[in-house]
Design a protein around this ligand. Structure first.
Ligand SMILES: CCCCCCCC/C=C\CCCCCCCC(=O)SCCNC(=O)CCNC(=O)[C@H](O)C(C)(C)COP(=O)(O)OP(=O)(O)OC[C@H]1O[C@@H](n2cnc3c(N)ncnc32)[C@H](O)[C@@H]1OP(=O)(O)O
Ligand SMILES: CCCCCCCCCCCCCCCC(=O)OC[C@@H](O)COP(=O)(O)O
Length: 315
């Protein structure tokens, strides 16, 4: 301003105030992300909320971007490939390592029904890791009303059921069994979460019978899949979401050839038992690793004081 003296003082004063305001605004704009970053580092709850928001935004964005392309094909199982590809990168963003055991058990020539435990919407990340070609999930009808996400699901051939209208749901399942039998050549598989709802934690709810009626009606095998508990890195109750490792175990298939509807309760029970056993073994082995680590720590220290330290740090 000194270079342009005289006549300018009024406007330069106004200019000065403007500059100051602009400077403040700029600081605010810089400080806001910085504050958010700091909060993200310090607060695990904030981190959880951000990560979940990103998860949902990603799904909405992918559905919105890809649905028009999927729409070219019309409603088709082939669109599941698009859905799968769009969700595959998620595990990298979250630093979740996926370990798949027994994936060769999914390489069957004919159609089959997959049953899988259901802990959280995060299951989608594990699902796309192992879901075979031409396999559609059964989902609650409510998903249809999630705007473009519902549209994407519909275009991918996802089967919707109204969980509270049993007769209608049974009708849908019977028609699906018919399709599986008819499309034997092109092989249609169905993925069911037989617990019927999300169930966080290390246990499983009792199974609904639909998936097993489906397999018996279509006379196709059942392939159980168990996803290890997320507790180590994810809990919606505790609002905790860090990185970690997740194991997906494919169990041996269960044949249903020759079984009739009256065998369904026993079939359901035996598959539940097998999956519960695998789940228990998985959470045991996760814990087993931790236990040996702690044991070694304790042994290394040896002294009573050392043991005191271990007890302290495990609190
Ligand atoms: C284009 C690119 C775009 C990219 C964008 C990405 C977007 C991605 C986003 C998203 C991806 C998709 C993500 C999908 C994931 C969704 C997950 C969910 O939604 S999980 C909830 C729904 N799943 C179920 O509910 C399980 C299936 N449910 C059942 O099977 C039930 O059994 C049901 C509903 C049929 C009935 O449930 P009941 O609560 O009444 O209980 P019960 O004990 O099973 O059945 C009662 C009696 O009915 C008989 N019954 C059941 N089903 C039968 C059947 N099919 N035929 C004959 N009888 C049957 C049973 O035997 C039982 O009778 P007796 O006690 O044995 O006498
Ligand atoms: C156009 C914008 C519309 C905005 C909507 C935001 C939608 C966010 C997309 C999230 C979709 C994720 C699908 C997860 C599938 C899932 O895991 O569903 C839960 C059910 O299995 C069990 O339901 P419940 O009985 O409630 O536990």
């Amino acid at each position: 301003f000194q270079e342009f003296p005289g006549g300018w003082s009024g406007s330069s004063l106004r200019g000065g105030t403007m500059d100051l305001l602009l400077l403040l605004l700029l600081h605010g704009l810089l400080l806001l992300p910085l504050a958010a970053l700091l909060l993200y580092r310090c607060s695990s709850t904030f981190q959880y909320l951000c990560k979940m928001a990103f998860f949902n935004c990603w799904i909405v964005a992918m559905a919105t971007l890809l649905s028009p392309f999927a729409a070219f094909r019309g409603r088709s199982v082939e669109n599941m490939k698009l859905l799968r590809a769009s969700l595959l990168p998620l595990k990298r963003f979250y630093g979740i390592r996926m370990r798949v055991r027994g994936s060769e058990r999914l390489q069957l020539p004919g159609p089959f029904v997959i049953v899988c435990n259901h802990q959280a919407s995060l299951d989608l990340i594990g699902m796309v890791e192992v879901i075979p070609d031409r396999c559609v999930p059964i989902a609650k009808r409510e998903l249809l009303y999630l705007g473009t996400v519902g549209w994407a699901c519909w275009l991918s051939g996802i089967i919707f059921i109204e969980r509270h209208r049993r007769d209608a749901a049974i009708g849908v399942i019977s028609r699906t069994a018919g399709t599986m039998r008819r499309e034997n050549v092109s092989r249609l598989c169905v993925w069911v979460f037989p617990e019927g709802t999300r169930n966080p934690g290390r246990s499983m709810l009792p199974f609904k019978r639909g998936a097993f009626h489906l397999a018996v009606q279509a006379q196709v095998p059942i392939v159980p899949i168990v996803i290890s508990p997320y507790c180590d890195f994810f809990s919606s109750k505790e609002k905790r979401f860090t990185s970690g490792t997740c194991t997906i175990q494919v169990l041996p298939r269960v044949e249903t050839r020759g079984l009739s509807p009256k065998d369904v309760p026993k079939l359901t029970e035996s598959v539940w038992q097998a999956m519960a056993k695998a789940l228990a073994e998985m959470s045991m082995s996760d814990h087993g690793d931790q236990d040996t680590e702690q044991l070694q720590l304790g042994e290394d220290r040896g002294s009573p004081q050392g043991q005191g330290d271990t007890a302290e740090s495990s609190k």
